[in-house]
Design a protein around this ligand. Structure first.
Ligand code: HEC
Length: 126
């Protein structure tokens, strides 16, 4: 192998390494920094997949089916202050009117994430 092809090979190898190194760094940085980041991401996902169909992706609720009480508007600050985190978790587990009881479907960490998601709708959230 002459020195030209050797140099080319080295350069060829170095370029992807230079591109990959910062990307790996990013991956590590983005990967689950704290448990609460995990919970937040889970809450976001679960809300979108399960809750948004009744509550709306914007959390504003919708029209009640069959005369039941319509889902609450989570963007209402008064609603947010009237419920503790525990109240919200209890409703998710036990249900309420047209709100299905999810029982043990969600882990405690899922519930934390859902509460974070619900609280994020509060327009006056500090
Ligand atoms: C089948 C439709 C439906 C789905 C799915 C649903 N909800 Fe509800 N939810 C409702 C309705 C209807 C109410 C209003 C109940 C009432 O006030 O009588 C409600 C009320 C609530 C409340 C307010 C209860 C209170 O304190 O007054 C919370 C919090 C809530 N839902 C969270 C969720 C979360 C989180 C999910 C997803 C895991 C979810 N809901 C999925 C229909 C739904």
């Amino acid at each position: 192998m002459n020195w030209v092809s050797c140099a080319l090979m080295k350069r060829g190898l170095r370029a992807p390494a230079l591109v990959l190194a910062p990307m790996l760094g990013l991956l590590v940085a983005c990967h689950h920094e704290t448990p609460s980041d995990d919970a937040r991401a889970d809450g976001e996902k679960i809300f979108g997949n399960v809750c948004a169909r009744c509550h709306g992706a914007d959390g504003k609720g919708g029209i009640a089916a069959g005369g039941a009480t319509a889902p609450r508007n989570f963007c209402d600050h008064a609603f947010q202050t009237s419920r503790s985190d525990q109240d919200l978790k209890t409703v998710i587990r036990k249900g309420k009117g047209g709100m299905p009881a999810f029982g043990d479907l969600f882990s405690d960490s899922d519930l934390d994430g859902l509460v974070l998601k619900l609280r994020a709708f509060d327009p006056q959230k500090q």
